[in-house]
Ligand binder design. Structure first.
Ligand SMILES: Cc1cc2nc3c(=O)[nH]c(=O)nc-3n(C[C@H](O)[C@H](O)[C@H](O)COP(=O)(O)OP(=O)(O)OC[C@H]3O[C@@H](n4cnc5c(N)ncnc54)[C@H](O)[C@@H]3O)c2cc1C
Length: 465
């Protein structure tokens, strides 16, 4: 078991290597860790979950609105069940708020029946149309003009950061080698395959490509070219925790041609989020926000929840979906090459991650990967980042046992020295202050580190020595 961040990679061939430690690659590595194999998870960044997986709307979807009959529909449905159960065991915060798909005009109202019927075709039977009065009673702060809604009680919010970290932690504890700062630059197919990485050569018999936005480029290194990733940017506005009382459900729009549209959703950290936009770009690094994008969100948000626009903004950010022009995932097995590519995991990959992982391991088995001798993994229990669950600063017993949990460093998010210390000593420690924020919420609140930044940095640097 090891996490390496620099230097040459170990010699000898791995049985299987997963490229990309986002939520999907980490889930696959965790699933592989159940098998008696030598497995590597290689990641270009200095942390797990530093790509698209850190910047999404964090909804654990039911899959009610997927395209029926697609692989995505099946894997989202199955993934939701698996991840909800896993989250309960692993201490990943989930709040089953339910969603309301709000209709604002006659056309949208007319579309609800079709969506309810689509939900049934996707195996989800609890969606029902509710009248305007009921919508208003359940969401009193909605703007004027609501005509009705589709009630989807199974939708939840989840912590995306803890999910990826839990998968990677469990994989590493079970013996997976996690190599960070390790970008794959070339692949010489063979037996074993020879990967040229920024940290030198790596040999592997089987290969999984979970490189997210770059999955098409890795695929081409192996001689394939059946999908192209177009980054579809989603900008988001995060409102202050004082806005949390304005909204009780995930408020979804009636979907249009470019995906699910703009939603308003609480986060498990106690904020309210508005977004995302959907902009097709050429640049896979364009994660900045734009004045036009934010103005569009504010305009849409004003209609949905006018009072939200009066609240303070805590942060804005953007994530890039790995769109391929297809309404389905592009997961392809090349058994002769002992290679599986996991492309086009666009707007549902967090939800589907565990089901994608099981699917990919089955595909690897078709390519000859020995999958006998699976064992149960040691359970993992992650530190809680969710506002709806007990946190150390208000847990008298924890503080009595260890006073470091009573010493608050980040006052906006009420993060203690004890939590920062634990994160730095974790199985997969953070490689940066942003990584520390994803493990503790430190510097993530309304002052964005203005007050605690220096203290958090000092603890980070001390902890890394
Ligand atoms: C705005 C937005 C909202 C979303 N909302 C939701 C939601 O509510 N619910 C939901 O379920 N899903 C949602 N998603 C989708 C979800 O976030 C993604 O499907 C998921 O994060 C994809 O994970 P991934 O592991 O495939 O990709 P990534 O997280 O991008 O991971 C790929 C990793 O591969 C690494 N990599 C790339 N190239 C190389 C290389 N050559 N060598 C080594 N490493 C490499 C990258 O550094 C990266 O860490 C949303 C996405 C966006 C953008």
């Amino acid at each position: 078991m090891s996490v390496t961040t620099g230097g040459a990679l170990p010699g000898g061939a791995y049985d299987v290597t997963v490229i990309g430690a986002g939520v999907v690659g980490s889930a696959i590595a965790r699933e592989l860790a159940r098998l008696p194999l030598r497995t590597a998870l290689v990641e270009a960044c200095d942390d797990v979950g530093d790509g698209t997986s850190k910047a999404n709307t964090a909804v654990l979807h039911t899959g009610f609105d997927a395209v029926p009959g697609t692989l995505e529909s099946r894997l989202v449905r199955e993934g939701q069940r698996r991840l909800a159960a896993y989250a309960a065991d692993a201490g990943i915060p989930v709040e089953p708020l339910g969603a309301l798909l709000v209709a604002w005009d006659e056309e949208q109202l007319g579309a609800l029946a079709g969506l309810a019927e689509k939900a049934v075709r996707n195996g989800y039977r609890s969606a029902r149309i509710i009248p305007a009065e009921e919508v208003r009673a359940r969401e009193p702060e909605l703007g004027p003009g609501v005509l009705g809604a589709l009630d989807v009680p199974g939708e939840s919010i989840i912590c995306p950061w803890t999910t990826t970290l839990a998968y990677a932690t469990q994989a590493v504890r079970a013996g997976t080698d996690l190599h960070l700062n390790c970008r794959v630059r070339s692949v010489t197919p063979g037996d074993p395959h020879l990967l040229g990485t920024s940290r030198g050569p790596l040999r592997t018999r089987h290969l999984v490509n979970a490189a997210g936005l770059y999955a098409d480029e890795i695929d081409r290194l192996l001689g394939h070219g059946d999908f192209t990733v177009t980054p579809r940017r989603g900008q988001l506005i995060v409102f202050d925790e004082l806005a949390r009382g304005l909204v009780r459900h995930i408020l979804l729009p009636v979907p249009g041609a470019l995906g699910k549209g703009v939603l308003v959703t609480p986060t498990v950290y106690g904020n309210v989020m508005l977004g995302p936009t959907a902009e097709d770009l050429d640049d896979k690094t364009a994660t900045g926000s734009t004045a036009e994008g934010l103005a569009l969100l504010r305009e849409k948000g004003r209609r949905i929840l006018p009072a939200l626009l009066e609240e303070e903004v805590t942060a804005v950010y953007a994530g890039l979906r790995a769109a391929t022009g297809s309404e389905d995932y592009a997961i392809r097995a090349h058994p002769v090459q002992r290679y599986v590519s996991v492309g086009g995991i666009r707007s549902t990959g967090l939800t589907a991650s565990m089901a994608i992982a099981a699917h990919v391991v089955a595909l690897l088995a078709d390519g000859g990967l020995p999958v006998t001798g699976a064992r149960e993994l040691e359970p993992v229990r992650m530190p809680n980042l969710g506002e709806a669950f007990p946190r150390p600063y208000r847990d008298a017993r924890m503080i009595a046992a260890d006073p470091e949990y009573g010493r608050i460093v980040c006052h906006c998010e009420r993060v203690t020295r004890g939590e920062i210390r634990d994160a730095l000593a974790g199985t997969v420690p953070p490689g940066s202050l942003d990584g520390l924020r994803r493990r503790t919420r430190a510097r993530g609140g309304r002052c964005q580190g203005f007050h605690c930044g220096a203290a958090v940095r000092a603890l980070f640097e001390e902890g890394r020595r």
